[in-house]
Design a protein around this ligand. Structure first.
Ligand SMILES: NC(=O)c1ccc[n+]([C@@H]2O[C@H](COP(=O)([O-])OP(=O)(O)OC[C@H]3O[C@@H](n4cnc5c(N)ncnc54)[C@H](O)[C@@H]3O)[C@@H](O)[C@H]2O)c1
Ligand SMILES: CC(C)[C@H](C(=O)O)[C@@H](O)C(=O)O
Ligand SMILES: [Mg+2]
Length: 358
């Protein structure tokens, strides 16, 4: 029996998470695995009901589970609150930190049937298969923050970017270990021409790289990387980078696949892995079953792979998704002429159908 905590959150979070749960149930039936799902409140939904974006009972549920399936949190309703009450800082960021989830894996693999769905030329994105390893519990997000009023009016505002050697070493090892199982190349992305933290990042990643002589290491400035991602994305295998750089580059890289609605992620390194789509709550789509649930569904596949060690089951979900695209079904974000438009629930149905067909 595998215990999975389900934290749907806000906006489209509950809609896409519902499909991910249904798909996991279908995989359970097909492979005779028992998954026990237990839902918890998080984000704005938790704040409205229980007064905190990460209530103690949700934390307890996460700690008592084998893995966590997370939707998305936040929205305009809660944007003006102080940080500790905001669904983002007080909810998902606090949860990642509490659980020690320092490594965030965000794969971007372009599905062959979708190579015309991007704004880029199909020959640029065809065959892209890269993995962003984003440091998740340090860097610019978690340094000292301040807002000090100035005598003459206005403020002096601060966000510090802090890393220790050990924090850089451990994320570098995750990247090199994963590269070993892939095409054996790591691109470390930094801003070492300007930032002291990046200068040290580069030294430490280089030193860790010596332990992996079979893996090619290159360093790239983040501004150049943003450009290279759209110009020649096939050059990349594993990218490893600071928290905020990884946040930005991963949304950008998702567009190679056609939509942010395809970007799955795994946050690992602590006791319990957390799996969430890379996108947010998309308030403009919420309540309409218009969102693409594939990022959430593929995050479920990553949960099977990284927390439960069920590789065959994970692969089954990934193949089912690809097959549904081959058959010409598209949610609105990926819609092209000559394809069939489906809503969130129908996309879930089609993936399940494919899993059941074997
Ligand atoms: N992990 C999280 O909980 C998380 C992640 C990102 C943003 N957010 C929050 O979500 C809220 C909205 O932020 P935003 O608009 O900048 O980012 P967003 O990711 O919600 O949306 C960005 C764009 O992508 C589209 N999109 C996102 N997910 C989609 C899906 N599954 N299918 C189809 N289209 C999809 C949206 O329609 C929008 O055009 C904010 O409160 C933000 O803080 C939360
Ligand atoms: C909601 C926000 C705090 C979050 C982040 O920046 O990590 C999101 O953008 C993501 O990419 O998971
Ligand atoms: Mg983001």
């Amino acid at each position: 029996m595998h215990k999975i905590a389900v934290l749907p959150g806000d906006g489209i979070g509950p809609e896409v998470t519902a499909q991910a749960v249904r798909v996991l149930e279908a995989v359970g039936r097909r492979f005779n695995r028992k998954f026990q799902f237990a839902e918890g409140l998080v984000g704005g939904a938790a704040l409205d009901r229980l007064g905190h974006p990460l209530p103690g009972e949700t934390m307890d549920l996460c700690l008592a589970s084998d893995a966590i399936l997370f939707g998305a949190v936040g929205g305009p309703k809660w944007d003006q609150l102080p940080a500790r009450l905001r669904p983002e800082a007080g909810g998902i960021l606090a949860l990642r930190k509490e659980l020690g989830l320092f490594a965030n894996l965000r794969p971007v693999k372009v599905f062959a049937p979708l190579k015309n769905a991007t704004a880029l030329k199909p020959e640029v994105v065809d065959g892209v298969d890269l993995l962003i390893v984003r440091e998740l519990t340090g860097g610019l997000y978690f340094g000292r923050k301040a807002r000090e009023p100035l005598a003459g009016g206005g403020f002096r505002v601060t966000d510090e970017l802090v890393y220790t050697t050990a924090e850089i070493e451990r994320i570098a090892r995750v990247a090199f270990d994963l590269a070993r199982k892939r095409r054996k190349k790591v691109t470390s992305v930094d801003k070492a021409n300007v930032l002291e933290s990046s200068r040290h990042w580069r030294e430490v990643v280089t030193a860790v790289g010596q332990e992996y002589p079979d893996v090619v290491l290159e360093h790239m400035y983040v501004d150049n990387c943003a450009m290279q991602l759209v110009k020649n994305p096939r050059q990349f295998d594993v990218l490893v980078t600071e928290n905020m750089f990884g946040d930005i580059l991963s949304d950008q890289a998702s567009a190679l696949g056609g939509s942010l609605g395809l970007l799955a992620s795994a946050s690992i390194g602590g006791k319990t892995g957390l799996y969430e789509p890379g996108h947010g709550t998309a308030p403009e789509l919420a309540g309409r079953q218009a969102a693409n649930p594939v990022a959430a569904v593929l995050s479920g596949a990553m949960l099977l792979r990284y927390s439960l060690n069920l590789e065959e089951e994970a692969g089954c979900i990934e193949r089912a998704v690809e097959r549904v695209f081959e058959r010409g079904f598209r949610t609105a974000d990926l819609m092209e002429e000559g394809r069939e438009l489906v809503d969130t629930v129908r996309m879930g149905d089609l993936i399940i159908e494919q899993i059941e067909a074997g």
